[in-house]
Design a protein around this ligand. Structure first.
Ligand SMILES: [Cu+2]
Length: 186
């Protein structure tokens, strides 16, 4: 259902581009497949090494997208990854779409009066020029809302990231155990 909707939207976008309509062409360019940025080894919650892929989209490197598995009744999930901005200007992650969820949000979990609260990130997640940002449990994250099916350990799902420089990046998210922790930056 969601896949059909996305395909429909893309066809609509292509149709509009063909007609020469829309100055938003830059941000609706067809999603890019990454070039291979190799792998890096990170640590998991038990200190065990885990090899994760680095996907390159021009000046943007996306490292090891992962999600925690969800229980059958759960309708929400979280997705985490590292983003590196290799350009000389700030780039913002504006939005995320995936067929496994009806909606997504970019959230943070700051401590407010010593209590962790979920707050939306206004204007997208900014990655400074030459800088790195990591989405991780307890911090910045992609929230999946209205899961269309439970996230099962070992499975993967596709996700498209929209950046402020017009890059539309297709990545694969690996699902790990419910309590898993992965730390990408070291
Ligand atoms: Cu959230």
């Amino acid at each position: 259902m969601i896949l059909t909707k996305l395909t429909g939207l893309r066809l609509l976008a292509i149709g509009l581009l063909t007609l020469g309509v829309g100055t938003w062409a830059g941000s609706t360019a067809r999603a890019e497949a990454p070039t291979d940025g190799g792998t890096i080894v990170i640590g998991d919650s038990n200190g065990a090494p885990v090899e994760v892929p680095v996907a390159l989209f021009g000046d943007i490197a996306v490292t090891g997208p992962w999600a925690r598995a969800t229980n059958a009744g759960s309708r929400v999930g979280g997705v985490y990854f590292g983003i590196e901005n290799r350009s000389a200007s700030e780039i913002r992650l504006l939005s995320v779409a995936t067929p496994v969820a009806q909606a997504t949000a970019l959230n943070d979990m700051p401590l407010i009066d010593k209590v962790a609260r979920i707050v939306p990130v206004e204007g997208g997640i900014a990655i400074p020029p030459g800088g790195k940002v990591e989405l991780r449990p307890g911090g910045l994250h992609v929230m999946l809302k209205g899961l269309t099916s439970p996230l099962r350990p070992g499975a993967r799902f596709p996700m498209t990231l929209e950046f402020s420089n017009g890059t539309s990046a297709d990545v694969e998210v690996q699902i790990w155990d419910v309590g898993a922790m992965r730390i990408i930056s070291q």
